[in-house]
Design a protein around this ligand. Structure first.
Ligand SMILES: *Cc1c(COP(=O)(O)O)cnc(C)c1O
Length: 397
């Protein structure tokens, strides 16, 4: 045989299996069938369908099964980003004229996708108050309830159990964005015996842990529901790369260590932030002053929380001051996302994001700190220095 043909028709003489600690990484678009019988017997709904790269490889299934275990569910799908997981759920479950219930403190691109479905297909969007389950009043065409615990930016922890109970009574599918909880702060499929139907997780955050991978997951316990979501997954052509899966897989064993350390660092910061006069309010579910604190206690009995803490700036500060504050930070980097070793900061003008009155917040300018693994003392010094650059004389207040 010609050596160029041999370079293509690799005889693969070296034994292909070794017991490395980390599993091998498969890269595949084409997957070769043994024969025509195997080709015609394939079906996309097989639990492990190795017929084309988009359907999965041993590497993607290995990670998916670990994520299902992490969330306490049976089946998992992996998507190219956390947002892709959300979009898949919306697309698979909502038809023309269906009703979906959301909150204003939800991850905003989810809302944007739903408004797009509203515009195109007349999907009806209704807004409930995450702290008052009675505000959720599904009608006969309600198909989906979105939950997010804790809420984005302002971190209110919702009445998960109260809301899920109402949804179950009306046979409404419950999807929870559990990115904040990371499969550690609470158990989506066993909240004091109550369970969500779908758990969406941006693996981009804590499971990746490096700030360098985009991935999402959708976990369920129900085979019919999983198959429905899996069909849409196949139709949309969503796939993830083996290398990205290997990165997340490798980070999972240290997930709890990192989560707890970032959580502990955030609590240390919380104590300082509460005494800092520049901040009118400090938002964190473990802070008794934050709305939903009792629901956090109820659903997170191990006292865990993500390393996110937000502050509402005192009213004397203008938007330009908030910008200057963020620009003056040195250890905190300005950027979206969270869950890596690097602490991040992001600034928000709530009046541009929310339409309902935010009576529980005493200002509109919010800065969210995403705490990494640096020393909390260094992070506090960074904030103090940045506040100092605003040149306000505290005594003249
Ligand atoms: C980041 C995030 C997402 C989206 O994840 P991406 O991988 O960045 O698309 C969804 N929900 C929540 C709560 C998030 O924080």
């Amino acid at each position: 045989m010609d050596k160029h043909t041999q370079l293509i028709c690799d005889p693969r003489q070296a034994p292909m299996q070794i017991n490395s600690l980390q599993p091998p990484v498969y890269h595949a678009s084409t997957i070769v069938f043994d024969n025509t019988k195997a080709l015609f017997q394939r079906h996309w709904s097989d639990r492990y369908d190795y017929s084309y790269g988009t359907h999965g490889t041993p590497t993607t299934y290995l990670l998916a099964d670990q994520i299902a275990r992490l969330e306490g569910g049976k089946y998992a799908l992996l998507t190219p980003s956390g947002l892709a997981a959300i979009v898949l759920v919306n697309t698979a479950l909502l038809e023309q004229g269906d009703e979906v219930w959301v909150t204003e403190n939800m991850y905003s691109p989810n809302l944007e996708h739903l408004y797009e479905l509203q515009k195109r297909y007349g999907v009806v969007i209704k807004i409930y108050n995450p702290l008052d389950a009675t505000s959720f009043q599904p009608t006969a065409v309600c198909k989906l309830l979105w939950l997010e615990a804790a809420g984005s930016v302002t971190l209110e922890f919702p009445d998960l159990q109260g809301l899920i109970k109402i949804a179950k009574k009306h046979h409404v599918c419950v999807a929870l964005d559990s990115t904040w909880g990371a499969g550690l702060a609470y158990s989506p499929f066993d909240l004091n015996g109550i369970s969500v139907d779908i758990c969406v997780h941006a693996l981009t955050k804590y499971p990746s842990g490096g700030g360098d991978v985009l991935m999402g997951s959708i976990v369920t316990n129900d085979e019919t529901l999983h198959t429905k979501l899996r069909r849409m997954h196949t139709l949309l052509g969503f796939s993830v790369s083996g290398d990205d899966c290997a990165r997340v897989y490798r980070s999972l064993p240290s997930l709890a260590l990192r989560y707890d350390k970032q959580s502990k660092n955030a609590i240390e910061l919380l104590t300082y932030l509460k005494h800092e006069p520049a901040f009118a309010q400090v938002l964190h579910p473990a802070n008794p002053d934050t709305l939903g604190h009792q629901f956090w206690q109820q659903n997170c009995p191990n006292g865990r929380s993500a390393g996110l803490v937000s502050v509402v700036f005192d009213k004397r500060y203008a938007w330009a001051d908030i910008c200057r504050f963020c620009d003056a930070l040195r250890i905190f980097k300005l950027g979206f996302s969270w869950g890596s070793a690097t602490s991040l900061v992001m600034l928000y003008d709530l009046s541009k994001m929310r339409t309902l009155p935010q009576a529980h917040l005493c200002g509109r300018y919010v800065v969210r700190f995403c705490i990494g693994l640096e020393s909390p003392k260094d992070l506090i010094d960074d904030i103090k220095t940045a506040l100092g650059s605003l040149n306000y004389d505290e005594k003249s207040k």
